[in-house]
Design a protein around this ligand. Structure first.
Ligand SMILES: [Zn+2]
Length: 395
């Protein structure tokens, strides 16, 4: 009987036995041993990267692990050797998830980007036979399970290698320290290394990563360009639509202007605020009660006249140039026109609750036999003011 942590230790041992046969790992270990040696002998005290960790072994170990991506030193050898690759991929204590992730370049090109799915036996065989690559079931692209951002790599290989080397580095530190005390530093065993081989290995693995990234980046740039093109196309389409609709729209506005003009109004707005939109707030706040009055009243009947805002009182003064396409670019005529219609509609709907409503241009009249309204029409008109206010906010 073995418990989970024992099983993991066994898997770590299997992983270590496999990678220890690779030339790349020998290069990695030699470099790390040298760094540890330098670190313990104080030779790195001028190196900012390590300086701050001189008194904290645990932080130093973390820093060591993160200073070099271990896997880069062994991936080429691992993905070429099917049997070793199969053994590593099938380690029992690994999380069996894989993902299409490319956090590095930011923009996603897969509908399932970042989500994990089951790394089934079928996918594992594909990976073994295809040098670590499988076909993404969501976008059909080839993905590399050892990509630095793939969940399979992140949740397994990266963590296991970190565990493995944290332990190893710790032992090496003990060894170097013991050797230092015995004044026999040469006891430290360093792997013999072929500098040319090392250079080639590093060039191959980084080169491959760069190419992969560059390919992805290129694809994303193409897609971004396509999206931009579509956006521009739809912008042109919208502009054409706007241009086509412009005459009819301005005709409608002209009809509203025929109810009456407020050519002096823009001055008030400019003093009140930067935004013309605030005009109606100003109106609602200061002048609403002057806009309605009871014209007839008995105990059972009341007639109210309500003077609605002229178009220009709400949206500002228009001039002849507004009516020549495209008009004033700061004026979203379509939105304003729609807004004005909605405000009128809200008024109709509200007043209709209390009786018969008639509208002549911007003048509304309400004939009501609603006793509550007759008793307190002011309160109800204030409700209308609030309803208009709310509607205006949504324009
Ligand atoms: Zn995908």
């Amino acid at each position: 009987m073995t418990n989970p942590s024992e099983r993991k230790l066994r898997d770590l041992e299997i992983l270590e036995n496999i990678i220890s046969t690779f030339n790349g790992i020998k290069i990695y270990e030699k470099e790390m041993k040298e760094t540890i040696f330098e670190y313990l002998n104080g030779n790195l005290s001028a190196d900012n990267f390590y300086k701050s960790y001189l008194n904290n072994r645990n932080d130093f170990l973390d820093r060591m692990i993160h200073s070099q991506e271990i896997f880069l030193f062994i991936e080429d050898e691992l993905i070429k050797d099917k049997e070793k690759l199969r053994t590593v991929i099938n380690l029992k204590t690994f999380e069996n998830f894989v993902s299409h992730s490319d956090v590095a370049s930011g923009i996603g090109d897969c509908s399932s980007e970042g989500d994990s799915w089951d790394f089934t036996d079928e996918y594992k065989e594909e990976a073994v036979n295809n040098r670590g690559c499988i076909t993404c079931p969501f976008c059909n692209e080839e993905i590399y399970i050892f990509d630095l951002y793939n969940s399979f790599y992140e949740d397994n290989i990266s963590l296991y290698l970190t565990d493995l080397y944290k332990k190893k580095f710790s032992i090496w530190i003990d060894l170097v320290e013991a050797a230092s005390i015995n004044k026999s530093q040469n006891q430290l065993e360093l792997f013999p290394i072929d500098e040319r081989q090392k250079r080639d290995l590093l060039i191959i693995s980084t080169d491959k990563k760069y190419k992969l990234r560059a390919k992805k980046a290129e694809k994303k740039a193409e897609e971004a360009a396509l999206i931009q093109e579509e956006k521009e196309l739809s912008k042109i389409k919208n502009e054409e639509k706007y241009k086509n609709e412009f005459p009819a729209m301005m005709q409608e506005i002209a009809t509203y202007l025929s109810w009456g003009r407020r050519n002096d109004y823009i001055g008030d707005w400019e003093e009140e605020s930067d935004g013309l939109q605030l005009a109606i707030y100003w109106n609602l706040d200061w002048d609403f009660d002057k806009r309605y009055k009871a014209t007839h009243k008995t105990k059972t009947f009341k007639e109210i006249a309500f003077r609605f805002w002229l178009y220009e009182e709400v949206f500002g003064r228009l001039t002849d140039t507004d009516f020549i396409y495209p008009g004033n670019k700061d004026n979203p005529y379509d939105i304003f026109l729609e807004g004005y219609k909605k405000l009128i509609k809200v008024t109709h709907k509200f007043l209709s609750k209390f009786g018969d409503v008639k509208q002549e241009k911007n003048y509304f009249s309400l004939k009501s036999m609603d006793l509550d309204f007759i008793k307190g029409h002011r309160d109800y008109m204030h409700e209308l003011k609030q309803a208009l206010y709310d509607e205006f906010e949504s324009i």
